[in-house]
Ligand binder design. Structure first.
Ligand code: KIV
Ligand code: ZN
Length: 517
């Protein structure tokens, strides 16, 4: 029997980026899109082009540079949104316009202030208009799960007649539960006469913690596309998590007889990258990608796993790219062993990238005896993005802090700004605060630290620490991350990472004003 395919529609860069404080720069979006393409998701929803010039540029850059998956842009059922969407995605080899309008009476009355026939008309006109640009048009009746069923079916039938090729059923507010949601899909299949002309998709939010369960329940009734995000990030409580959907379909293939093109061995790497670039931390007990997901603590479990893994393990850690470190690297490890390990972890680096990461590896190995896979992920993330590196306006040259229970916390910081070296000192509530104040004196941006997180990347007293921070700058939230075996240095690097994004933005703006004169 030929197995049908489940289309994995990744919306990390659109709905995921709507997570509180998860905003990404254009370069970061491109970086994530690149790994999503390598992981072979089927569709990347790259953004909502009309929503801001930054979003437009991000979607356009992805359409211009990423090959493999379809590149999709979101547009309200409004001509100007569809125009902006098409202008951004038209460069892609395979593109898709995703247009939506709410169909629930709650949204009609309080948000759209329109009646049902106006909404029906607007949906149909939007699909017809989008079809002028692309043959691949997806339509979503927003808040479908709280919509009047017969009106919902009327809209779906009409947009399919107008040319929609995918019908996406969103549980916008995460209100549904699995048996109800699967029944909704079943009823749509029965009631909408032309439904077989379109692919049925689902898009579930996690407000009641049921996004993945709801999405999976829809497969049985004919849904063949699932919209999801890496680590389940997204608006409010988030979206269905891609890693949970894909691993459920594979692990329970007896119940979901479908195939997916996703290269699951890339999952862990992509999850880490999304977490560090968005600053949204993965909870330790998160299914599939949490640090405890494959850890067996209880003696009885450890005993079972050691004698036969299947006793307590339903998936192999290797299947998501978590290799069991048979080989721990250290200061005497050679370039060959190092390169092989990175390859096993799923990285495809150029020779020059490998050289750079190898240099950082040697520096780290001098500070830290054993280098684990988690450390290697961190080194690659830190070093490979040449684009990000080139755009480092301020870099840390020297940092010295004093702290103690009877000392006034003080920091001296020296930064390089192009060829200039600038030094400042400051006191603070603690050494990190003092360092941040000294950096502020040098860089001169008015920012507020709104979030600070420190975690150890690997075990042991000499573990590499990763700091994720968020700065508020002109009503925008800017993420920063840094790592080091020294947590003050990691904190300074994270702060500078965010400051550099602001510096690049202001520099680009100044340059565009000069050019346009
Ligand atoms: O949650 C939602 O309804 C959406 C739509 C735009 C699909 O994100
Ligand atoms: Zn959504």
């Amino acid at each position: 029997m030929k197995r049908e395919k489940i289309i994995v529609f990744d919306t990390t860069l659109r709905d995921g980026e709507q997570s509180p404080g998860a905003s990404l720069t254009k370069t970061e979006k491109l970086e994530i899109a690149k790994v999503l393409a390598e992981m072979k998701v089927d569709v990347i929803e790259a953004g909502f082009p009309v929503s801001s010039p930054d979003d437009f540029e991000g979607v356009k850059a992805i359409a211009q540079n990423i090959n493999g998956p379809e590149i999709c842009g979101l547009a309200r059922a409004i001509k100007s949104d569809i125009d902006a969407c098409w202008s951004a995605i038209k460069y892609a080899k395979k593109s898709r316009i995703h247009t939506f309008i709410a169909t629930s009476d709650i949204h009609l009355k309080y948000k759209l202030k329109k009646n049902r026939s106006q909404v029906l008309n607007q949906a149909v006109e939007a699909v017809k208009y989008a079809k002028k640009f692309s043959s691949n048009v997806q339509f979503s009746p927003e808040d479908a799960t709280r919509s009047d069923f017969s009106f919902l079916c009327q809209v779906i039938e009409a947009v399919i007649t107008a040319g929609a090729t995918t019908i996406n059923i969103p549980d916008t507010v995460g209100y549904s539960v699995p048996f109800e949601f699967s029944q909704l899909i079943k009823n749509i299949v029965v009631q909408v006469p032309n439904i077989r002309k379109a692919t049925i998709s689902v898009h579930c939010h996690n407000d009641l913690g049921m996004a993945v369960a709801n999405s999976l329940s829809a497969i049985k009734e004919g849904a063949r596309q699932i919209e999801c995000t890496i680590n389940g990030i997204g608006e409010r409580a988030g979206n269905a998590a891609l890693e949970e959907i894909v691993m459920s379909v594979i692990t329970r293939n007896d119940l979901f007889p479908l195939i997916s093109s996703v290269k699951t061995q890339q999952i862990y790497k992509v999850s880490r990258l999304v977490s560090s670039l968005t600053g949204v931390i993965v909870q330790p007990n998160k299914a599939i990608v949490g640090v405890n997901a494959f850890a067996h603590e209880a003696g009885i479990h450890q005993h079972g796993v050691l004698s036969k893994r299947i006793t307590y393990e339903i998936m192999k850690p290797e299947s998501i790219g978590l290799t069991e470190s048979k080989l721990v690297l250290g200061k005497h490890s050679g370039r060959h062993a190092f390169a092989k390990r990175l390859k096993d972890l799923g990285y495809k680096l150029s020779l020059s990238q490998l050289d750079k990461v190898f240099v950082s590896f040697k520096i780290l190995a001098d500070r830290k005896k054993q280098i684990y896979d988690e450390d290697l992920h961190m080194l690659v993330e830190d070093e490979v993005n040449i684009d990000r590196k080139q755009r480092e306006i301020f870099s840390l040259d020297y940092i010295h802090t004093i702290s103690g229970n009877k000392a006034v916390p003080t920091a001296t910081v020296r930064l390089k700004k192009e060829k200039e070296i600038i030094q400042e000192a400051s006191c603070g509530d603690g050494p990190v605060d003092a360092a941040y104040k000294a950096i502020d004196k040098i860089c001169g941006f008015k920012v507020t630290l709104t979030d600070y997180n420190l975690r150890a990347i690997s075990g042991g007293k000499d573990a590499l620490g990763e700091v994720l921070i968020k700065l508020k700058w002109k009503e925008k939230i800017i993420n920063g991350r840094g790592s080091s075996t020294d947590i003050i240095e990691a904190s300074a690097k994270a702060y500078l990472n965010a400051i550099n994004k602001i510096a690049v933005k202001t520099k680009d703006k100044r340059q565009s004003i000069v050019h346009s004169r």
